[in-house]
Design a binder for this molecule. Structure first.
Ligand SMILES: [Zn+2]
Length: 497
């Protein structure tokens, strides 16, 4: 990539956790976000970008900071199990089983590949507010590192997420006044209030308006310090959300079918032969024990083998379970719905990729990958056409405005991870995959492979013409706008202008 003229010296990155594109755009058009409209969108642009699968906090942050898919970095969910490392007597010794929602959250950064830079490595001084992916940020500049666990615990039990957001606003303004070159500010309350209520509740809308007011004051600070023109402001979200009316009890269903299921918090169950590791709660990884020999739970079971023992048929009958995806014996990815089956195959130049995991480290070849998609019966991804030999970009264009945007590449990338389940389930809108042990009860869902969860707003005070952009593209695009370059053969994203 040729070096470009630096356009911006400072970068303010606002991440509104759980803001769906459609809700954000609606508020903007209704005049509810006057500062974001006047100072960001009217000077630049609002794009509909596409997040990753699983569309959930944690894995969906990685693209912004590193330009990599969750599957590439082997973090395929907020919870996962590693079949090869999960064995007695040390099955809980990492990396056997993990939930970043608990103490493992402290290890999230350590699980990222060490040889890839983050956004923090390109700027100085920097500030980080609440975001959990702070590698490269000096500890002293991780402004909420001590208070975050207390604030989050307090808000979890008291539902005072407005207080948590207010603290974020204070730190955002302080960092701007201090002249920090890169400020990363995460606002968690849209996601948490949506889970507690619904995605368009008064509490959620009020949170958006408070963030807009905070942006107004940020602009004022930047004007006062004469740095507004040299500051790139980017507002986005890690995932969208949908309202939830029904919780599907996947572990109970597997128990009933004779596949005794391990799941959080019941990860100590004896005699389990399956595991469900849910994210967001619209998706879950399912693992089946298949080791007769040696340690661990064996290798990934093929879709065909699971079909033969009746698992696929049993799952697909569940009302509200949209998609069941797995890996074929041939290496293809199979996606099954009640009325049809799709098959994603990936070719490297003229060769078939034997296994998506085999492609994980072959970054140099990423642009020469070709994707084909065929289906029988009713197309589970609703594309309705057969695709042959599409590049990753072409696969994005072809599916952008569909109910499953970027579904071909997103299903392929998640199966690159060794920790991805034998099966990956994705719920339909209105349903989630966790019926018990979610306290407080969730009334909104994300994580699934669907437009409502994958479509995220991308508001910038510099026009990004796009119009086709993934969250992995934001890393190289922002760096390019700020005069930095990154080798495109080392990442999944591409510069979009
Ligand atoms: Zn959430």
């Amino acid at each position: 990539m040729a070096p470009t003229e630096p356009s911006f010296k400072r970068f303010v990155f606002i991440l509104i956790d759980g803001a769906p594109y459609a809700v954000f755009r609606g508020l903007l058009e209704n005049g509810d976000l006057p500062n974001i409209k006047k100072y960001v969108v009217d000077r630049g642009s609002l794009n509909k970008a596409v997040s990753v699968f699983p569309s959930t906090t944690g894995p969906a942050f990685i693209p912004f900071f590193m330009g990599l898919y969750p599957g590439t970095v082997n973090i395929p969910g907020i919870r996962w199990l590693s079949k090869s490392n999960f064995h007695l007597p040390h099955r809980f010794k990492r990396p056997g089983v993990c939930s970043y929602m608990g103490l493992d959250g402290l290890r999230f950064e350590a699980d990222l590949p060490i040889d890839h830079p983050t956004l923090f490595n390109f700027f100085s001084p920097v500030s980080n507010i609440y975001n959990l992916l702070a590698r490269g940020c000096p500890p002293a500049k991780n402004r909420t590192r001590w208070m975050k666990p207390f604030f989050y615990t307090y808000a979890h039990f008291s539902h005072r997420w407005r207080f948590v957001n207010r603290m974020a606003i204070q730190h955002l303004h302080k960092a701007a006044e201090a002249g920090d070159e890169f400020i990363m500010c995460l606002f968690p309350a849209v996601d948490t209030f949506s889970h507690l209520t619904e995605i368009r509740s008064q509490q959620v809308f009020q949170t958006y308006r408070e963030i807009d007011t905070a942006i107004g004051k940020l602009i004022h600070i930047l004007q006062k310090t004469n740095t507004l023109e040299e500051t790139l402001i980017l507002i986005t979200s890690d995932h969208g959300m949908t309202d939830t009316h029904t919780h599907i009890d996947i572990p109970q269903h597997l128990d009933d079918g004779g596949w005794r299921c391990l799941h959080y918090p019941k990860v100590w169950r004896q005699g389990a032969v399956s595991a469900s590791m849910v994210s967001g709660n619209g998706m879950t990884h399912l693992y089946f024990k298949n080791s007769g020999k040696g340690k661990g739970w064996g290798e990934r079971m093929s879709f065909e083998a699971l079909q033969q023992i009746g698992v696929i048929g049993s799952l697909i009958e569940l009302e509200g379970l949209g998609l069941v995806a797995g890996q074929s014996e041939t290496g293809d990815i199979i996606v099954q719905s009640r009325n049809g089956q799709g098959r994603i195959s990936c070719h490297l130049q003229n060769k078939t990729c034997e296994n998506p995991q085999g492609v994980a480290t072959t970054f140099k070849s990423a642009d020469s990958l070709r994707f084909s998609y065929r289906f029988t019966g009713i197309d589970p991804l609703k594309y309705g056409v057969r695709h042959e030999h599409l590049s990753s970009r072409e696969a994005l264009y072809e599916t952008y405005d569909s109910p499953y945007p970027d579904g071909i590449v997103q299903l392929w990338q998640i199966f690159k991870s060794e920790r991805t389940g034998d099966l990956v389930l994705s719920a339909e809108s209105g349903y989630d995959l966790r019926a018990r042990y979610e306290v407080p009860e969730h009334h909104a869902t994300h994580g699934a492979l669907m437009a409502e969860h994958l479509n995220i707003p991308l508001a910038t005070n510099h026009p990004i013409v796009g119009p086709y952009i993934r969250s992995v593209d934001i890393f190289p695009t922002v760096l390019s706008l700020c005069g930095h370059t990154v080798a495109e053969d080392s990442i999944d994203g591409r510069v979009v202008k």
